[in-house]
Design a protein around this ligand. Structure first.
Ligand SMILES: [Zn+2]
Length: 405
């Protein structure tokens, strides 16, 4: 059925029907609000009651579709759903002065950067209705800061477990068939900035190339020390030549806003080349210094208004700025919402208000276990099988098919 989007419209032409006067009022109200889009969503039914405050990630064992193995790994057991596509994953970060991480190494466990199972802080509660990084205690945030610093200097410690075989094993347990890997050109100004190349080599060497889609990344103001005077546009063309069909843009890590003139120039070339742009979108609330400012949702308006032919993905669906991200996304047919991090209530709001065929599943591995996000999506859309199929697999299939060869 068709839904017309507007701030106060609710559903138009729902199964109950709507008195003509109210319909007209709503439709006119929607027009007054500016651009609105029509799309076809199924009604979403309320989920059963699930426990929302869990004793760490391991508390997910209480959910009917999660199993925790004897060695503490997470299995997703809803076998009626198709194997999923994870649209937001990473491997180890090794930048700046960091030595190589052996990305072929299999280890007994994965050290999640946000570990909610006691190693960092036994007090961690996994609240499935919160934005996910709100689970972090002060101790956990201190650890995140240390690990990030190490991954640019002496080499990450958790990073040694963020390897291809570890991700593949977790994908098999979580029923994930493909992961989209998102490297970031961090452009530190010293040492190395070759994350995409490291990951490319690793997935090719693993013999499981088909289990991955690799994005690239270009900093809009590439530094001489890394890029020998090449411009961002030149670097993007090189990526395209090498077969990349999308880039990750991370305003807070790259310290640059999406509406910076240099970023706009980069997107202009993305549009010409038919490359998609995966944004880290919105403020996560744990950024260093004032860097969150770069990711305020108002900074995304300009690229969205100008580049109608780029498929833009809002990673984390706006993070803690999700309400604004949703309102902005609703005005553009070429925006997709990747929902990693969102709590159950927010996931339901997205499905009610946004085109269900442009919602993507993503996990932000290895910051969090794959199943941590699967469980939230599974709960939010409980009883809505067609929607679960779309979010876990069908929408991502369609978007990936749009990547021109
Ligand atoms: Zn991420």
């Amino acid at each position: 059925m068709f839904q017309k989007e507007s701030k106060d419209a609710g559903r138009v032409g729902t199964e109950e029907g709507m008195p003509r006067r109210r319909f007209l009022k709503t439709a006119l109200g929607a027009l007054a609000l500016g651009p609105t889009l029509l799309f076809c969503n199924e009604p979403i039914t309320p989920p059963r009651e699930f426990k929302m405050q869990l004793d760490g990630y391991k508390g997910m064992a209480e959910l009917p579709f999660v199993e925790v193995t004897a060695d503490g790994k997470f299995k997703f057991t809803d076998t009626d759903l198709p194997m999923a596509i994870d649209f937001h994953a990473h491997l180890a970060f090794a930048v700046g002065q960091s030595p190589d991480v052996d990305l072929q190494q299999k280890t007994a466990k994965v050290a999640y950067i946000m570990d909610c199972d006691g190693a960092r802080d036994p007090a961690c509660v996994f609240n499935m209705d919160d934005y996910i990084n709100k689970i972090a205690t002060t101790k956990m945030i201190d650890h995140v800061d240390e690990e990030i610093a190490r991954s640019g200097l002496t080499g990450g410690v958790d990073a040694k477990t963020h390897t291809v075989p570890n991700l593949l094993e977790e994908m098999a347990l979580a029923r994930v068939k493909k992961a989209v890997l998102l490297p970031i050109a961090v452009n530190l100004g010293f040492g190395r900035d070759d994350m995409a190349q490291q990951w490319k080599d690793a997935i090719e060497k693993s013999g499981k190339r088909d289990s991955f889609v690799l994005f690239g990344s270009v900093h809009p103001k590439p530094k001489e020390v890394h890029y020998k005077g090449k411009t961002a546009v030149e670097l993007l063309r090189e990526l395209h030549q090498a077969g990349y069909r999308g880039i990750k843009f991370h305003p807070t890590i790259q310290s640059i806003a999406p509406n910076d003139p240099s970023a706009m120039e980069l997107f202009e070339e993305c549009q010409k080349l038919g490359m998609m742009v995966f944004f880290h979108s919105g403020r996560a609330g744990i950024e260093a210094g004032n860097n969150g400012e770069y990711a305020k949702m108002e900074k995304y308006k300009e690229p969205l208004a100008k580049f109608k032919d780029i498929q833009f993905i809002f990673g984390h669906a706006g993070a803690r700025d999700h309400s604004e991200a949703l309102q902005l996304a609703k005005q553009h047919e070429n925006v997709w919402l990747e929902t990693h991090g969102q709590g159950v209530t927010s996931l339901r709001a997205i499905a009610k208000e946004f085109d269900n065929s442009r919602i993507l599943f993503g996990t932000d591995w290895p910051w969090y276990p794959l199943v941590a996000t699967m469980a939230k999506v599974r709960i939010a859309y409980d009883g809505n099988r067609p929607l679960l199929r779309k979010v876990f697999a069908e929408n991502a299939e369609r978007l990936l098919a749009m990547m021109k060869p």
